[in-house]
Design a protein around this ligand. Structure first.
Ligand code: AMP
Ligand code: MG
Length: 403
């Protein structure tokens, strides 16, 4: 059976980013840049004042000198230059420097009376002037392809005059739940039936990742029902199903995918939870058959499907970030498969601790509730002691921390 690393390598080697689309700047939020950008113009576009103050030609002015105020330059105008030596113009932050001026003194550093200012301090030539092009010059590389676009990137691009950008689109992900025992939330389960909770987990997680969710509903455990839903799902950028991939008599997902040209990447990985996970492509669409047990389905989503989605979306770093933390309690050993332990991160005096969830059962939704990280424990490990420093896979930001 493949190890996690062998299996995820197959996923990473299979998936390519979605072809770029051009969008108006505001719609690029949360997407990844597909082509490098350069500045359309100089920024600032002209020398301008960094302070509310007075602008003049430097020419050896010193503390105590008096200058005649000959004009006023608000932001948005360049104003009239001072007409003679010994003159200054009042200038507001962001206003272009009138021709001939090269220095600004802030309002706080002058005494003003009777249309004159007196310099309280020795001015320095060029002080408080933002030079044309000091942030960007026209044609200068702005952002490389592969940059995730957040608010800071949007404001930089807007300032640089970029109205439309090439991005990888948000992946459209079809979610299929399989099982004769499932009912949708809102329907009263008969004896033996349970609510389709996996859909709510996956749909929420996909929305958190900025994907578009295409709900396919519940397929019963028959090849015909599965086949119809699979066909519909293959129109999306990815199909994720849950259930029906183990060894049971009613586990028909893999064989039904075969009707749709399924090319298998792998089936089963030596992990706990999530051993029966299935991955491949059908008609060029990546397909994940996740196990039905809620915590197994959630773990295999984080370990395999989320990295694949990040690759589709154009991210260059698809795997979950790792974080060094201290273990709050011992972990037992003696497992043949690599384990992934759900847990919560706690901050104490600037140090982060990982507290394993009290339930780890793959069939229990309780295992995933509140979990922020997964601790990988090697196959064949003798266990890990309380207080040991370990590396966890971060699923969401711990409180008060940004990375
Ligand atoms: P399976 O992988 O189909 O053998 O299902 C394994 C276990 O997961 C069974 O106990 C199922 O009832 C449960 N299960 C399967 N699909 C779902 C689902 N969509 N929501 C909640 N539990 C599920
Ligand atoms: Mg089933």
């Amino acid at each position: 059976m493949l190890s996690y690393l062998e299996a995820i390598r197959i996923v990473l080697d299979t998936i390519r980013p979605l072809p770029p689309v051009e969008v108006a700047l505001p719609l690029a939020l949360g997407r990844v840049l597909a082509a490098p950008l350069s500045a359309a113009w100089d920024l600032p576009p002209a020398d301008n004042s960094a302070m509310d103050g007075y602008a003049f030609a430097y020419s050896e002015q010193s503390a105590g000198d008096r200058l005649q105020v000959s004009g006023f330059v608000p932001a948005g105008s360049a104003g009239q230059p001072p007409t003679a030596a010994g003159q200054a113009v009042k200038i507001m932050t962001g206003a272009s420097l009138p021709a001939g001026c090269d220095t600004v003194v802030p309002i706080e550093e002058v005494a003003e009376h009777d249309g004159q200012i007196q310099l309280k301090k020795e001015p320095k030539q060029g002080n408080h002037v933002r030079r044309r092009g000091e942030e960007l010059t026209r044609g200068e590389p702005l952002l490389p392809a592969g940059t995730p676009i957040h608010s800071g990137e949007l404001s930089l691009m807007a300032a640089a005059g970029i109205e439309r950008v090439q991005v990888h689109p948000a992946p459209k992900v079809a979610v299929l739940s399989t099982g004769d025992e499932l009912v949708e939330l809102g329907d009263i389960p008969d004896p033996g039936q349970i609510v389709n909770s996996n859909f709510h987990l996956l749909s929420a997680r996909l929305r958190e990742e900025g994907c578009e969710v295409v709900p396919l509903g519940i397929a019963r455990d028959t090849a015909d029902d599965l086949s119809a839903k699979i066909e519909e799902g293959l129109n999306s950028d990815m199909l994720i199903s849950t259930g029906g991939v183990s060894m049971g008599d009613r586990d028909h997902v893999q064989e039904t995918l075969g009707r749709h040209g399924f090319e298998i990447g792998f089936w089963k990985a030596a992990i706990k939870p999530g051993k029966p996970v299935l991955f491949g492509t059908a008609c060029g669409t990546p397909v994940f058959g996740l196990p039905g047990n809620p915590a197994a389905s959630a773990a295999t989503f984080e370990l395999f499907a989320r990295p694949a989605l990040r690759l589709l979306a154009g991210h260059r770093d698809p795997l979950p970030p790792r974080m060094k933390v201290t273990l709050t309690e011992a972990i037992s050993g003696g497992e043949k498969r690599q384990r992934f332990i759900w847990g919560v991160l706690e901050e104490r005096h600037g140090r982060y601790f990982f507290a394993p969830s009290s339930r780890q059962g793959s069939g229990q939704n309780r295992s995933i509730q509140g979990a922020q990280a997964l601790l990988p424990v090697d196959a064949g490990s003798d266990g890990i002691c309380e207080g040991a420093e370990v590396e966890v896979l971060l699923l969401r930001m711990p409180p008060g921390r940004t990375i």
